[in-house]
Design a protein around this ligand. Structure first.
Ligand code: NAD
Length: 289
């Protein structure tokens, strides 16, 4: 079997076209959607992510404000900036790029962001609302995965789904979104005994591990949908410097029914959902006026 490729670039292009129309319609109503992005330190991967997010905003007609701080920044100055952005009615979304340097209390920073501007969906109130099935800003990566499954016509209701990884930004919210959509979900992690016994039973496997090519073809049920969230840079050997996912594309694509590639799968969908959340935040403001 050769798996169907779930093309995140193509789906993103389609969705971003619609989001650009939405942004233009809001601007015509006098509300120019605006995202503020805060980057602390010069981590190369974080810098690339922020650059891509800002560029995607500009292309979709979303204004972006970027605030860069040095690695040794005083957390108080970042918290002051967040307070000012919370109070600024022209700013609809606030994103603090993670990870933060060691002197920061990440939780305190995320909770300083106004819930209505928390377009990353990491504030405890948005997390709680998501887990209760209430309206909320959903974290962008798992939300992007749900959109991919939906657009590919992959049935989630009643499906057996395995999420590998239990982080607050991917694994846990992914499991909640799948549960809310009617899947029977197993969350696997570093303490899981016999991971392959779980993945081999799954109709849907979501890999969010952070280990290059961790999921191999022998771990996947024939015909399953496999979504690769991982972004890893290969360190050594002839492929050094190249990006790869958490899924061994060659062996898994020979067994699975559908697979998302890296790059060009979940990555662009994450940014697309960030744009969608920012436009939704701006729409709420426009509707209240
Ligand atoms: P994380 O390090 O916070 O979490 C990794 C999870 O994998 C942990 O819960 C851990 O228990 C689990 N794990 C580790 N070793 C394991 C093993 N041997 N067996 C089973 N589980 C194991 O990482 P994260 O922030 O959730 O990110 C995961 C991956 O997704 C990374 O590659 C990251 O770069 C990528 N990512 C991609 C996007 C995107 O937009 N595509 C967004 C966020 C993260």
């Amino acid at each position: 079997m050769s798996a169907r490729i779930l093309d995140g670039n193509a789906l993103s292009a389609q969705l971003r076209g619609r989001l650009a129309d939405d942004a233009a319609a809001l601007a015509a109503r006098g509300v120019q959607p605006c995202l503020a992005v805060i980057l602390v330190g010069g981590d190369p991967a974080s810098s690339v992510y922020v650059r891509n997010k800002v560029a995607a905003c500009e292309k979709a007609g979303i204004k972006s404000l970027r605030f860069d701080y040095p690695q040794d920044a005083d957390p108080a100055s970042v918290l002051e900036r967040i307070a000012a952005l919370n109070a600024d009615p022209a700013v609809h979304g606030i994103l603090v790029q993670l990870p933060l340097p060691r002197q920061f209390n990440e939780k305190a920073v995320l909770e300083a962001i106004a819930v209505g501007k928390d377009v990353d969906g990491f504030h405890a109130e948005n997390v709680g609302r998501l887990s209760q099935g209430q309206e909320a800003f959903f974290p962008c990566t798992p939300h992007g995965v749900m959109k991919m499954l939906e657009s590919a016509g992959i049935a989630v209701k009643g499906a057996d789904a395995v999420v590998i990884g239990r982080s607050n930004i991917v694994g846990k919210p992914m499991a909640v979104l799948l549960t809310n959509a009617g899947a029977t979900v197993t969350v696997c992690h570093s303490q899981t005994r016999d991971l392959a016994a779980h993945t081999r039973r799954a109709d849907i496997v979501i890999a969010a591990v952070g280990r290059p090519r961790f999921v191999t073809g022998d771990m996947v049920k024939p015909g399953a949908a496999v979504i690769d969230v991982g972004i890893n840079r290969i360190q050594d050997g002839p492929e050094a410097g190249k990006l790869c996912g958490d899924v061994d594309f060659a062996s898994v694509s020979a067994v699975a029914g559908a697979i998302s590639p890296v790059p060009g799968g979940v990555g662009p969908m994450t940014i697309t959902m960030l744009l969608a959340n920012t436009i939704e935040a701006a729409r709420r403001v426009a509707d209240k006026r």
